[in-house]
Write a protein of this length. Structure first.
Length: 193
């Protein structure tokens, strides 16, 4: 079986994240996706994410009806910086016969050569990288040199949505703009009361 691992801050998760997973599944790049919210992203160590319980509730609501998705809260359960190689090692131990694919945007990929134990990650998983709008301004060369042929590029149709804008938007605006999955919007509205 091909297992996709899609990690991130998801601060909060939005329709763009949902579309990434939906389209990768539709393209049959993987059979199943583990969505793994980070307790704290090492590259965003100074930013304060939304409460872990709220982020987890939003993610679960977003993917509630997608049977091929499982939400793993392992990184949220250890209050420290989250490192991908540790998560992959845990998944590899549980699924020793399956192929692992790490799902990244080109913005995250551009920093991949700086990730903790990046070479270990490549021993555990291949990379599925989806293109982001700002890709032309990114220096991808150092990451490309490191990963060689262990990367597959995907062209996905993604809405332009910013997690930062969601956090400051009024409920009425979020409802009109449809930035959140309808089930997640209900959770968000409840949390704002």
């Amino acid at each position: 079986m091909k297992l996709g691992i899609f990690g991130g801050s998801f601060n909060p998760i939005h329709r763009g994240h949902y579309e990434i997973v939906r389209q990768i599944l539709a393209l049959r790049k993987v059979d199943r996706v583990f969505v793994v919210p980070a307790y704290r992203n090492p590259f965003k160590a100074d930013s304060k994410p939304l409460p872990a319980a709220l982020r987890l509730a939003l993610i679960k609501a977003t993917f509630k009806e997608v049977s091929e998705v499982e939400v793993l809260s392992t990184e949220l359960e250890q209050p420290e910086l989250s490192y991908t190689y540790l998560t992959l090692e845990k998944i590899r131990a549980q699924y020793p016969q399956d192929e692992l694919f790490l799902i990244l945007g080109s913005d995250a990929f551009s920093l991949f050569h700086q990730w903790k134990k990046a070479k270990q990650i490549l021993k555990l998983a291949s990379l599925l990288v989806f293109r982001r709008q700002l890709e032309n301004s990114l220096d991808l060369e150092p990451a490309l040199e490191l990963v060689g042929n262990q990367v597959e590029w995907l062209d996905l149709e993604l809405p332009r949505i910013s997690s930062t804008e969601i956090r400051i938007e009024e409920i009425e605006g979020l409802t009109q703009k449809k930035w959140l999955h309808p089930q997640a919007l209900k959770v968000w509205v409840e949390a704002q009361k």
